[in-house]
Write a protein that binds this ligand. Sequence first.
Ligand code: PT1
Length: 287
Amino acid sequence: MTDSKVTWLPCGRHRLDLSFPRVMGILNVTPDSFSDGGRHLELDDALRHAERMLAQGAAIIDVGGESTRPGSRPVSPQQELDRVAPVVERLVRDLDALVSVDTSCPAVMRETAALGAGMLNDVRALTREGALEAAVGTGLPVCLMHMQGEPQDMQQAPRYEVPIETAVGDYLLARVAACEAAGLRRERLLIDPGFGFGKTVEHNLRLLNRMEGLAALELPLLVGMSRKSMIGKVLDRPVEERLPGGLALAALAVERGARILRVHDVGPVLDAVNMTWAVLKEGCEHD
Ligand code: PT1
């Protein structure tokens, strides 16, 4: 077990204790094709869902207005902001939640930080024009994720010239260096191997197997494998039957150094995580 040096992550008004693994609940803010009335219902729905995840023990709510799953198309910054901003505002005001914003867009970073978001989660690792500067300006911690290609085409026969864990490790190291050079302090950075982002099932499985190499970078490790097709493909299960497979992956991720798990099923995953952690902790208690 590799122990991360960082224990407290400063997240705006919140401080996140990362001396043990935490669960981040996924809140997708999906597009509304109908009326304004529909939008209000959607907002209430989103808040209720967030409330339930917090009650189940989520430490963070990750709000996303751009789908980045394989095949999805980009949205405009204004569209993304219109979806995400009202949700962030209410989560902060009504629930005092620690909100992470899943975005690559500089304007969304700035605006949601002003509304009280506590963390940024960028699947493009601040590579968009202006994103690095915007993130520095917020003072918030940022999760840097590895992706090869763009969601629209990333799953079209992904291949790598070097072992996947080397490609991912090298990329994340380079992004960490770029962030530090731009004035983002290392204490504010998290890394994520990006399961399912330009990777075959074999890539994903090997990446999890070798994840201790990434944990050795001594930055908090965040992982997202919840309900993903890597589970579907190994077990031949549709998306609504992937929880047991996901629990196995969660336990392995914690054992290999993950400190934040980005998931849909907060309650069950938290039990798996806490059970795994209890075993790992006992191993270092009396020696
Ligand atoms: C992730 C992640 C994310 N995943 C972070 N943010 C998604 N930091 C969105 C599939 O193969 O892992 N880490 N934000 C969702 N993306 C996907 C990718 C969803 C692949 C599904 C698949 O099924």
